[in-house]
Design a protein around this ligand. Structure first.
Ligand SMILES: Cc1cc2nc3c(=O)[nH]c(=O)nc-3n(C[C@H](O)[C@H](O)[C@H](O)COP(=O)(O)OP(=O)(O)OC[C@H]3O[C@@H](n4cnc5c(N)ncnc54)[C@H](O)[C@@H]3O)c2cc1C
Ligand code: SF4
Length: 871
């Protein structure tokens, strides 16, 4: 140790090390001296690397737990003296990003084992606060200095036990322990949840990184031959799960689950285990599974030997549409291949069916559901309406909702090189908000912009080569040309940087280019320390800083400025200060340049059904969530009782709806006690499904086992009926003019629900789309008014003007091809009861909607005068 103590600097230590090694090369005098020398060499090397890790950065042996300072969880630099609110991440920690591959490859096995080693396995002393929560002296759940409740894992996962088993090298046993409380563990883990970490017994030092360990356990098992089958089996048959080791037989009761996000898919899992038939619908397109993974006509699926053969890099993956916000909101920081794991586990269950493109309240209403044979409806439609920021010129071109951007980026595939999706972003970009949506939007803008301009350049060059520059440019209006030229210039810079980096053998530095064009800045009205992202997920701010986002705090937007082209040119903010604990404006204004602005100021629960069908549900006192009830079983049967928070029982999951003993429950972001994150959404299902089961307990207990065949037959008939009604197929595409086609779709349920004036969202499936030159010819969702319906034949038609990439593809659709026809949606036109004279005015394609309106007017006994204008 004398060398270590005497050495004043890493350089001197390195010299000593060289000396020791030189000595070793000359050959040891005896074994003891040789070993002593080797020990010194290693000790020297470790000391050098501990202070200057170099290539050993991230090595598990050099990780030492750091003290936690809640006022300084994120390192940043204030680099602009002229703009004190501005901050960015430390430059030496920047990580280069190119596109939309998974940005975080997770810990290595060694790093994970080091975390397991750090864990002090508290369950044997009943101190595993990561699972059970941290309690204060009065036995109440404690809060950390940021005011966050330390409740532990919302799913009560047996974490310490899992660590023990994984540390012993038994990943399957560790997974079996996880699956007792968190069978759909593929939906949780690294870069999704951290409630357990926050409640770890290490409150003053870095907590154990539990999500990394949990995800590693899953990945280890999935990576085994037949690993997926082992996991899938554990979700159904788990000898450690004493309450429900195997699923119950089908009980003849059917539940309609609305929404296939974390709450919906978890609820489906639990109800299937209890013997219910579950049909899940989602308004979004859900892509078909690869044929070899899907069930065949006999309902059987081929076992998967190597799950990772089906693994897709995130920038090439077909967005399956399954998983709610976990699929289309959360970004490529989280490995969405895990959603396929969950989907496969559910899709293989015989009494499960899922349908995408089916809107609750549009395609299917509550009354339809009862009439179709459902016994219960569970709403898991997430958070819907984004909060509008009060600001002058809120609707200027260039401003959009952050959730729209993330959805367009991910769901329509704009993030893929091969995609034709039209999603325009200009720099500088500003993102308003302080939560995860704002963080994710800012990182994705930074990553998307270089891809957008590079794609534009490539396609422009291809078009120019084919048609000549003049002809191509003639297709653009002057303001469009200005944007095009800006994109082409930036595209060339991106290309040059790519070439430079390739020659230098390094990753391209696109963040510096994006900065030079104005960057992407997240702007929050309070201080960063007050933001939800800092208080709940500060790790995500650290990661976003690594990608080069900019952050400006204490600025509230006041006015959007218009440029000469009428589009956004800048945003005026008012500086904010904290006075007696409250944030308020100082009156001092700051203008930030901006060509795009995304608003991520929070969302409220999706209660659209009540808005569309007022009086269906009671609302809470803030008119925000459905009012909360629980069900009590009385002599006369189940009855609803108002519910509120209680330590003694799980929150009630029922709405006020009770029609003849039929109830409707609600979960996840829809529910006041569980809104906010994925794990809570999953916990709502885990806590709530027994309440649904209790509704039917008496009936189920009286089931005659001899009637099982008949019950199975009823299920098969229901499933066939739903396949027929809820899977739209192209009937015919008829050309009307050189630029207009009429698309006839067979969609019986949607056709029957249609009212004149409403529209459908038509879209083809990416996994079924033809691929030309690496580009999948899949369409984006197109909102099209229904021109005509034939409810008896189950047909509807829409008229499409071929004006963009998506609309031009309609002509290639073939009869029998499955497509998405989400809807009907939108408010129907009011049709007078009769005896009125009605004037209809239509221009160009706008006439399409008048066909059905005019017909309905006349069918109701009105006189119609119709002016149709065509060029
Ligand atoms: C950008 C972003 C990042 C996030 N990051 C994280 C994170 O890192 N960790 C975390 O824990 N949480 C995160 N969250 C929050 C988390 O995603 C949600 O809390 C969670 O997804 C809620 O699950 P849910 O099942 O209640 O709803 P959702 O995931 O919203 O799913 C609801 C589903 O219902 C469908 N639906 C809606 N209306 C209808 C209708 N009328 N008919 C049919 N279907 C309908 C929707 O299409 C959707 O698929 C993030 C959210 C966003 C927006
Ligand atoms: S993760 Fe933390 S609280 Fe949980 S068992 Fe390990 S050390 Fe204890």
């Amino acid at each position: 140790m004398d060398i270590l103590e005497a050495a004043p600097s890493p350089a001197a230590l390195a010299g000593e090390l060289r000396g020791v090694l030189d000595g070793l090369w000359q050959g040891p005098a005896d074994d003891g001296e040789w070993l002593d020398g080797l020990a010194r060499a290693i000790a020297c090397w470790c000391k050098v690397r501990a202070s200057d890790p170099g290539p050993a950065a991230g090595w598990a042996c050099f990780k030492t737990p750091e003290p936690v300072d809640f006022g300084h969880l994120v390192d940043f630099e204030r680099t602009r003296p002229d703009f004190p609110e501005f901050m960015e991440g430390p430059r030496n920690r920047r990580r280069r990003r190119d596109g939309f591959k998974l940005t975080d490859r997770r810990y290595s096995e060694k790093q994970v084992l080091s975390e397991v080693d750090y864990c002090v396995l508290c369950h044997s002393r009943d101190k595993d606060s990561c699972t059970k929560g941290v309690r204060d002296k009065n036995g109440q759940i404690a809060r950390n200095p940021l005011g966050i409740k330390l409740s532990g894992c919302p799913l009560d996962e047996k974490i310490s036990e899992m660590h023990t088993l994984h540390g012993e090298g038994d990943s399957i046993a560790a997974l079996a322990v996880i699956a007792i409380d968190n069978p759909l563990v593929a939906g949780t883990g690294h870069r999704i949840c951290n409630d357990c970490m926050k409640a770890c017994i290490y409150q003053k030092y870095d907590p154990v990184n539990i999500p990394q360990i949990e995800t590693r356990v899953l990945v280890d098992v999935l990576g085994l031959p037949w690993g997926f089958e082992i996991y899938s089996l554990l979700t159904r048959w788990n000898p450690l799960n004493r309450r429900r080791p195997v699923p119950l037989p089908y009980n003849g009761k059917n539940v309609l689950v609305v929404g296939l996000g974390p709450a919906g898919y978890t609820l489906a899992h639990y109800l299937l285990g209890e013997g219910f038939g579950v049909v899940a619908i989602d308004g979004l397109k859900i892509e078909p599974l690869e044929p070899e993974l899907a069930r065949d006509e006999r309902g059987e699926a081929r076992p998967v030997e190597r799950f990772f053969d089906y693994y897709q890099e995130l920038d090439e993956r077909v967005l399956m549409g399954f998983g709610g916000v976990a699929e289309y909101g959360i970004t490529v920081r989280w490995d969405k291949n895990f959603l396929k794991v969950i989907r496969l586990c559910l899709d293989r269950r015989l009494h499960f069916r899922s349908y995408g493109g089916v809107r609750f309240g549009g395609t299917v209403t509550i009354e339809d559901a009862w009439e179709m044979g459902f016994d219960h409806i569970a709403i898991a439609t997430g958070a819907g309406k984004p909060t509008i920021v009060p600001m002058k010129n809120n609707l200027v071109r260039g401003i959009r909702k952050a959730s729209d951007f993330l959805m367009a980026l991910q769901l329509t595939g704009a993030q893929k090189k091969s995609s034709l999706t039209n999603l325009q972003v200009r720099l500088p970009a500003i993102v308003i908000g302080g939560g995860l949506t704002a963080i994710d939007t800012t990182t994705e803008v930074m990553a998307y912009y270089p891809m957008q301009v590079e794609k534009t350049l490539e396609r422009y060059e291809a078009l120019v080569a084919e048609r000549g520059e003049e002809a191509v440019r003639a297709g653009y209006a002057p303001d469009e040309l200005e944007v095009l030229d800006e994109f082409l210039e930036h595209g060339r810079a991106v290309r040059a940087e790519r070439e430079r980096a390739a020659a230098a053998g390094e990753e391209p530095d696109f963040a510096s280019l994006v900065h030079s064009w104005g960057g992407a800045t997240m702007v929050y009205r309070k201080s960063m320390l007050d933001s939800p992202a800092y208080r709940l997920n500060h790790e995500e701010i650290i990661k976003a800083f690594e990608e080069g986002i900019w952050y400006a705090e204490q600025l509230a937007p006041v006015e959007a400025l218009r440029g000469a082209d009428g589009a956004l040119d800048g945003v005026v903010f008012e500086r904010q200060e904290k006075v007696e604990g409250r944030w308020r404006g100082t009156g001092e204004m700051v203008t930030l340049p901006a060509r795009t602005m995304f608003v991520a100021a929070g969302t409220s629960p999706n209660v659209i059904y009540e808005r569309e069908y007022p009086g269906t549900f009671e609302m809470d006192e803030w008119d925000q969530f459905f009012r909360r009830y629980r069900v009590e079983t009385a002599e006369s049967g189940p009855r609803l009782v108002p519910d509120e928070d209680s330590e003694d029982r799980k929150p009630g999951v029922f709405t006020s709806y009770n029609q003849g003993g039929r109830f409707i429950s609600y979960f996840g972001d829809n529910h006041p006690a569980y809104a906010g994150n994925v794990v809570k959404a999953m916990a709502s299902a885990r806590d709530g499904y027994p309440q649904i089961v209790a509704l039917f307990e008496r009936e189920i207990s009286r089931l005659d086992p001899a009637g099982q065949d008949e019950r199975e037959l009823c299920w098969r008939e229901l499933a066939e009926r739903l396949d027929e009604e809820l899977v739209p197929r192209v009937e015919e595409v008829r050309r009307l003019t050189p630029t207009i086609v009429e698309v006839f779709v067979r969609a019986p349920r949607a056709a029957r629900r249609f009212r004149p004036g409403q529209f459908f969202r038509l879209q083809s499936f990416e996994s079924l789309a033809p691929v030309y030159d690496g580009t999948a010819l899949a369409s984006e969702g197109m909102a099209l008014t229904g021109a005509w319906v034939d409810p008896e034949k189950g047909l509807l038609s829409t008229i499409v003007l071929e004006m963009g990439g998506s609309s031009r593809q309609c002509a290639t659709w073939r009869p029998g091809q499955p497509i998405v026809a989400m809807g009907p949606t939108g408010a129907p036109t009011e049709i007078p009861d009769g005896g009125q004279t009605v004037l209809l005015l239509g221009g160009g394609l706008g006439n399409a909607v008048q066909f059905s309106i005019g017909k309905a007017m006349r069918d109701n006994g009105n006189r119609v005068v119709y002016f149709a204008a065509y060029k």
